[in-house]
Write a protein of this length. Structure first.
Length: 450
């Protein structure tokens, strides 16, 4: 279907750029971060300022297309047919107020820039594990980080936002001026307005300390139980991730890891060494590698092994209410079955702490949720995807009996909706707020159930 004339006309009106499907550069601009997802919007816009955004709103209203805000390509879930994809890279303001422990961050800024700006200040950001994810997309979708047991979800740290409403009004909004809008922005942002900048609360961390323990997979049952038991007494200042990695028997890999499985426990404290707590994990098995000492968010980002360029991939995420012995045994036995070879890694994140006591009201919540798990299947050109899809389906089925009532949008899979993130009443409230704040439906409805 030809692009609507009102959208085409934007090529001459915008200070920024608008790419149509036949334009050079469109193919690269339309791609999401996960290249396994195919999205083909009617156009890709990179507005230069708020006036450009207002022009996009007008064109959307005249043409019937919708605006899909996708700052850095993460979070893609649909084809975006009938939509204009909006990139926010020009909104790159970043300022840190060390006195108040806050940062103002433009919608186009990525976490790596914030982490770098905070290095050595005694403050850290409630940032995700990847430095290339946009602050806005992460925060407005909930966002679980290294510091979530200490500071809550990324959305819980959203103090205020500069929002372009669909009527063209651009203003700073906080809980005092519009509590309904802020509630929706904390976890379902993008449905109710265009966020151009955010004010986020930073995390006081005078002494960041980390431990990285690697065990052979044979010790995994005891080690995972030790971490599970630690969750009962661990202070909110201690954050723990586990990673079960199964390396393929590929000739390009070093012999010491080729075809082998490992379990890594990563602990991070914002209040100095926690050797006694980590010792309870060490004693659960034979430690093959033990690295402890002072660290920093920049060092964590550098060691995250997250991809720095768009790449295809597939995965499954699930939040669990509990991690009992039967579930641990079943998961680890499943992990080592030969037919589950497509799953390269399974991450397990300890929740609780500040997540159980949100400081600000918002749609996103992991309150009373115990664990967050993610299974990763690389998508390799020329390798059939069916085995990987079957493994992920089996992973979901295995853990379904202990699935928690909600997760957060940043951990939804393609095709999943916000029904998995809130109650029926909360999703209905979102619909009502969307109808109030966007009566002409010019913004893409994203993951809102249809």
């Amino acid at each position: 279907m030809p692009t609507h004339p009102a959208v085409v006309a934007l090529q001459k009106r915008l200070t920024g750029t608008l790419l149509l499907p036949d334009d050079t550069g469109y193919e690269a601009a339309r791609q999401p971060w996960n290249l396994a997802i195919e999205q083909r919007p009617d156009a890709v816009a990179t507005p230069a300022d708020v006036d450009d955004l207002r022009a996009l709103l007008t064109a959307a209203r005249e043409s019937g297309v919708r605006l899909a805000i996708q700052p850095s390509g993460h979070g893609a879930s649909s084809s975006l047919a009938g939509a204009v994809l909006v990139r926010m890279s020009a909104f790159d303001d970043l300022s840190i107020d060390r006195g108040s422990g806050t940062a103002r961050v433009g919608a186009g800024v990525r976490w790596g820039a914030v982490v770098e700006a905070l290095e050595g200040t005694g403050w850290v950001a409630p940032a995700g594990t990847s430095p290339v994810v946009s602050v806005a997309g992460y925060t407005l979708g909930g966002g679980h980080s290294w510091f979530s047991r200490t500071a809550g979800l990324g959305s819980d740290n959203l103090r205020a936002a500069w929002v372009l409403r669909t009527d063209g009004t651009h203003e700073r909004v906080d809980d005092d001026t519009d509590s309904d809008l802020m509630w929706a922005l904390r976890g379902a942002g993008g449905l109710v307005g265009i966020v151009t900048s955010l004010e986020i609360e930073l995390v006081r961390a005078p002494a960041v300390w980390g431990a990285n323990l690697t065990f052979d997979i044979a010790d995994a049952p005891a080690v995972v139980r030790a971490v599970r038991d630690l969750a009962v007494t661990a202070p909110p200042t201690l954050n723990v991730f586990l990673n079960s990695m199964r390396m393929p028997d590929a000739p390009q890999l070093p012999e010491q890891i080729r075809g082998r499985s490992f379990l890594t426990v990563q602990a991070l404290s914002t209040d100095g060494p926690e050797e006694e707590l980590v010792d309870s994990i060490r004693r659960a098995g034979e430690v093959r590698s033990d690295i402890t000492g002072p660290t920093s968010p920049a060092a964590l980002a550098a060691a995250s092994n997250e991809p720095t360029d768009p790449t295809p991939g597939s995965g499954a995420s699930i939040a669990l209410s509990e991690l009992d012995d039967a579930t641990i045994d079943a998961l680890l036995e499943f992990r080592e079955r030969p037919e589950q070879w497509p799953i390269m890694g399974i991450d397990i994140r300890m929740l609780g702490g500040a997540l159980d006591a949100p400081r600000r009201p918002g749609f996103a919540s992991l309150e009373s949720v115990g664990w967050l798990l993610h299974a990763l299947v690389p998508v390799i050109p020329g390798v059939p995807t069916v085995p990987g899809e079957a493994s992920l389906a089996a992973f979901r089925e295995l853990l379904a009996p202990n699935e928690a009532l909600q997760t957060v949008a940043t951990f939804l899979e393609p095709g999943q909706t916000l029904e998995r993130c809130g109650s029926v009443d909360e999703v209905d409230r979102l619909r009502d707020l969307r109808a109030r704040f966007d009566p002409d439906a010019v913004l893409h409805d994203g993951r809102l159930p249809r």
